[in-house]
Design a protein around this ligand. Structure first.
Ligand SMILES: Nc1ncnc2c1ncn2[C@@H]1O[C@H](COP(=O)(O)OP(=O)(O)OP(=O)(O)O)[C@@H](O)[C@H]1O
Length: 299
């Protein structure tokens, strides 16, 4: 079953067309990485899903129900963490979750129990300080707790890790992994290593459309192209290789990488042998998500 289905979404701001027929399918219980460069339209898509922006065309189904601009009916399925979450900073985390529970109509007993569960989940149960003293990572964790308060079927997080240091990022990624059992996670990012760490499914937003989408494992197989690394300690050898194979990329001081799609490995190795290029190392390397996306974006 699909938790979110977007078909033919168009959105323009003035004369700038940001979304040009975006299609997106998010399966239930996936951790879905919505990837795109800065300004690609990720936030615009998310705000349209939430009914905060009006699409020019297209349809959005959340848990099978149509999302309508200005109406919030489908938002009962959604928990949302904006890119910069705002809190009442004079409150403690516990007070803040209680306040959110109260204004969304939960009974005291229910929100108290749920708040304790969530504070434990996000590692803030022992935290007595007011939110104003929190680090960015703590605020993001509290934001996730707040978004999960009403047990949403879909948790949408806008760039949850972008402003965090490696430790803070890991905490958020671990948290998103941990909540997968209870919900479906859709998060936007431009950090591909985060996607590689936790996502089951991905979509790449590029020039207003989704270029690639599906299971990360299948996409890896589908786009799999072996790459080879050649390391030499001789500058002349490096230049000779670069001259003979112009699409070879320099990845380090003495390292060159080429893709099987550009050159047959045998051809490069023969060149190395014939010219007696002094080689320190030759190895096959796994293509990263980054190299795959560079290929898609540049095609
Ligand atoms: N309200 C608005 N009025 C005019 N232009 C807008 C508005 N909101 C967004 N845009 C433009 O639409 C484009 C997409 O913005 P959006 O915030 O959706 O991108 P994004 O992929 O979330 O990027 P980022 O990673 O920088 O947040 C940008 O060029 C932005 O300047």
């Amino acid at each position: 079953m699909e938790m979110l289905q977007i078909t033919g979404l168009h959105k323009r701001f003035g004369d700038k067309e940001v979304l040009k027929g975006l299609n997106l399918t998010v399966p239930e219980h996936s951790i879905f990485g919505f990837i795109g460069r800065n300004g690609a339209g990720k936030t615009t898509t998310m705000k349209t899903i939430l009914g905060l922006l009006k699409a020019d065309a297209g349809e959005i189904l959340v848990n099978g129900e149509k999302a309508v601009y200005g109406q919030t009916a489908t938002n009962r399925y959604i928990g949302y963490l904006p890119d910069v979450p705002e809190f009442y900073s004079f409150m403690t985390a516990r007070e803040y979750l209680g306040f959110c529970g109260e204004i969304t109509g939960m009974t005291k007993k229910v929100y108290r129990e749920r708040s304790e569960e969530l504070l434990e989940l996000v590692g803030l149960n022992g935290e007595k300080h007011r939110i104003k003293g929190y680090s960015r990572g703590m605020k993001q964790r509290l934001g996730i707790a707040q978004a999960l308060l009403n047990r949403p079927k879909l948790l949408i997080c806008d760039e949850p890790t972008s402003a965090l240091d490696p430790v803070g990022r890991k905490e958020i990624l671990d948290l998103l992994l941990a909540v997968r059992e209870q919900t479906t996670v859709l998060f936007s990012t431009h950090i591909l290593s985060d996607v590689e760490r936790i996502c089951t499914d991905i979509a790449l937003l590029h020039e207003g459309k989704v270029d690639i989408q599906g299971k990360l494992s299948e996409i890896r197989t589908q786009y799999r192209r072996d790459e080879y690394l050649v390391e030499t300690d001789n500058e002349e050898g490096m230049h000779a290789l670069q001259k003979a194979f112009p699409d070879i990329r320099q990845t380090g001081q003495n390292q060159l990488v080429f893709s099987e799609k550009d050159y047959a490995p045998g051809e490069v190795f023969r060149f190395v042998a014939d010219r007696a290029v002094p080689v320190v190392k030759i190895e096959r390397v796994e293509p990263t998500l980054e190299s795959l996306f560079v290929e898609v974006v540049e095609k």
